[in-house]
Design a binder for this molecule. Structure first.
Ligand code: KG4
Ligand code: ZN
Length: 333
């Protein structure tokens, strides 16, 4: 099945053409960072207006690069949530219009399912079921049990901030540009991860929940304290990153102690972090199970993952334009 994917849940205007949920024939993304960076975060009104002006050309571009056209595809997959409502509406309305005009099926995809199925893109080996996924993005941090493409269970969530949000907010305190995660990682490369002993959230034994707000607050107090004077920003960044990685890896280890999985999968924008990806692979090695980390370009928001999820799950078919309702089987909020 050849699907056109459309993703406009946040600030990336992304389109892609994917065959059978695996082979990426094109993957186009126009990032809006230059429009949001001066505000230090995403401005929803700007994001939706940019999507409205960019999306039509981005769809043509993805189809051209894949050597196909609207006639050649078998359906349209679009992110239907969660995300910024104004941004989502641009993608969904455009996808519905295309489906109406062509008579092809329209699949409404949960953005988080997209992240989970990014691990299946452009790779020979795909994760066997059941697998445990660590999904870490700007808006979510979760552990998800994936029994099959349609049986997913969220077994842990963050109590407060998402991991990506913690990266972004602390990066801002360090004077780094938005989005902060990649900038903080680059700064951390020259730093000592043991320079500052930032706190790690550890719930009672066996519990899996995550929390990053204490860590974020502790970074803020540290930077305002006298102790910060003798420590470079690179050391602070490396120590902060190490604390996030430790918490995430500890929860993966706990989940693996509780149940057997055939693989572990890392996904979401924070999966692009090398320190996290390396530690995650090490867990797989020590447990003797394969660890899957999507290619960097499939970790952060993209439309190929949305097409992959629709193909694997056969998500809600929205051919009838009046049925734009949340799929009751979706476990995510
Ligand atoms: O999945 P994503 O592209 O968008 C959401 O669905 O939220 O994730 C974006 C998040 C941002 O918080 C960004 O700072 C973080 O992923 N991120 C990173 C890295 N690359 C992106 N965090 C740490 N290290 C990175 N290399
Ligand atoms: Zn995302």
């Amino acid at each position: 099945m050849l699907l056109l994917g459309i993703e406009t849940s946040c600030d990336d205007t992304a389109t892609a053409v994917v065959r059978d949920g695996r082979a990426v024939l094109s993957n186009v993304s126009t990032n809006q960072d230059e429009f949001h960076s001066k505000y230090g975060g995403i401005v929803p009104e700007i994001a939706s207006r940019r999507h409205a002006s960019l999306l039509s050309a981005a769809i043509d571009d993805a189809l051209d690069r894949a050597g196909t056209s609207l006639d050649g595809i078998d359906g349209i997959a679009v992110t239907a949530g969660p995300g910024l409502i104004g941004s989502l509406v641009v993608g969904v309305a455009t996808a519905k219009a295309l489906a109406f005009a062509t008579g092809k099926p329209l699949y409404a995809v949960n953005h988080l399912h997209g992240h989970l199925f990014a691990a299946f893109l452009d790779t020979e080996a795909v994760p066997p079921y059941p697998f445990l996924a660590l999904l870490v993005s700007g808006g979510h941090s979760q552990l998800v049990e994936v029994e099959s493409p349609s049986e997913l269970r969220v077994i842990a969530k963050t109590r407060d901030d998402a991991a990506g949000e913690a990266f972004d907010k602390t990066a801002r305190l360090l004077g780094l540009p938005f989005p902060g995660g990649p900038a903080l990682e680059a700064l951390a490369r020259d730093g000592n991860p043991k320079a500052v002993a930032f706190p790690r959230y550890r719930p009672e034994p066996g519990a899996l929940d995550l929390s990053f707000s204490g860590l974020k607050t502790s970074a803020r107090y540290f930077l305002a304290s006298d102790a910060a004077k003798g420590v470079s920003y690179a050391d602070v960044a490396a120590s902060f990153q190490a604390a996030i990685v430790d918490v995430l890896i500890d929860r993966v280890e706990r989940a693996l102690d509780a149940r057997e999985y055939r693989a572990i999968v890392l996904s979401g924008g924070v999966a692009a972090n090398m320190a996290l990806a390396t530690a995650f692979r090490r867990v797989g090695d020590s447990r003797g199970i394969p660890a899957f980390v999507p290619e960097r370009r499939f970790c952060t928001d993209n439309a190929a993952m949305i097409a992959a999820a629709a193909d694997r799950r056969g998500d809600l078919d929205l051919r009838d334009p009046l049925t734009l309702t949340a799929n009751p089987n979706l476990p995510f909020g």
